[in-house]
Design a protein. Structure first.
Length: 352
């Protein structure tokens, strides 16, 4: 079976997720994966870009997006021809994007069934781009199958009326992260990293209150790194001893160094579906402290390096103190090859 994996985002987790899905499927016996990314994707401009079978020119700004939409009748015709040349049996949209309805039309013209990966059934406050959820639901309605990454998302999709669609269960693919130092190899205080979009639903207020107590009892070195609006939460975090806040965009190439710096990562979320940061933390043999919301506990599974806590300051404080006493993570990691096999089998059963 040949799978065409596409993801046409420019920044963030989307392109990386597409690469990881393709790499995972390529490791399954009897399966090969072709990859389609945006030429404008940050990951394609790095020092070691992934091999891309079908690079697509997308856009740089809003005017460029509108121009691509206006040209869609011509683009779809060419895209269908390129898809036929690759000769996939099925296609997989790794994360929904603004131009995916063009790919839907091209795949239909080429006679290729497809599934889309649904990362979130509901929008997170302040996250995503305008009309993202509406576009995703239009694509979901047209898709032949849905891929869900947690039971939490699957249940919400059933509630939203998508229960009649074939649903393939998997997890976020394990990213390839090698060559990082072991935790605590630096010999100093425990290093904690909070990484990702700095938005209200991430529970940064909970983190600030918990760290205020932790730093009085068992101080750690903390970095809060990501991009978001300034507010009281970031001000409170900056005021804490041992805590630095870096409100900035983090380039793809910098992520391994961030993970290598950290002994553990914290997800103080008030809501979540699942998390690419959690997957990266566990794949890189880092500790993970996360709240029991959405699909985070399901994603962590029985990994001994993951400590789950309730969505309150006292529980988060206890977990941040406890993580500093744990033995270093060993060979236990998030599911990798087995989940890629399950995904391939699900695509085969649902679409072929």
């Amino acid at each position: 079976m040949k799978v065409l994996v596409w993801q046409w985002g420019r920044f963030g987790a989307g392109p990386r997720t597409g690469v990881d899905f393709a790499m995972g499927l390529n490791g399954v016996p009897g399966v090969s994966a072709a990859l389609s990314l945006s030429r404008q994707a940050e990951i394609m401009r790095g020092s070691d870009p992934p091999y891309c079978d079908l690079p697509i020119t997308t856009y740089q700004d809003t005017l460029g997006y509108l121009a691509r939409v206006a040209q869609s009748p011509f683009t779809v015709k060419r895209l269908a021809r390129w898809v036929r040349a690759i000769q996939p049996d099925v296609a997989l949209g790794a994360m929904a994007g603004p131009l995916d309805l063009m790919m839907h039309t091209a795949l239909r013209r080429a006679g290729v069934p497809y599934a889309v990966v649904v990362h979130d059934a509901d929008p997170h406050p302040g996250d995503g781009y305008p009309l993202q959820m509406q576009l995703q639901r239009m694509l979901m309605q047209r898709a032949d199958a849905l891929v869900v990454l947690s039971a939490h998302v699957a249940a919400r999709l059933v509630e939203q009326g998508f229960g009649g669609k074939p649903m393939i269960r998997t997890v976020l693919p394990q990213p390839s992260i090698i060559g990082l130092p072991a935790v605590r190899a630096h010999g100093g205080p425990f290093r904690l990293l909070s990484f990702g979009r700095l938005l209200a639903y991430k529970g940064l207020d909970l983190l600030a209150e918990a760290l205020a107590q932790v730093q009085r009892q068992q101080p750690m070195v903390v970095r809060v790194v990501g991009q978001g609006p300034e507010g009281r939460e970031l001000t409170a975090l900056r005021a804490l001893p041992g805590v630095t806040v870096e409100n900035r965009w983090v380039p793809e190439a910098e992520i391994p160094a961030l993970l290598g710096w950290a002994d553990g990562l914290v997800l103080s979320h008030r809501e979540a579906s699942q998390s690419g940061v959690a997957a990266a933390a566990l794949a890189s043999r880092r500790f993970l402290v996360a709240t029991r919301v959405g699909g985070l506990a399901e994603q962590a599974g029985d990994n001994p390096a993951a400590l789950m806590c309730d969505v309150d300051v006292a529980s988060l404080t206890r977990a941040l103190l406890a993580v500093q006493t744990l033995p270093p993570p060993s060979g236990h990691a998030v599911a990798g090859a087995a989940q890629s096999v399950a995904l391939a089998n699900g695509l085969r059963e649902a679409l072929q």
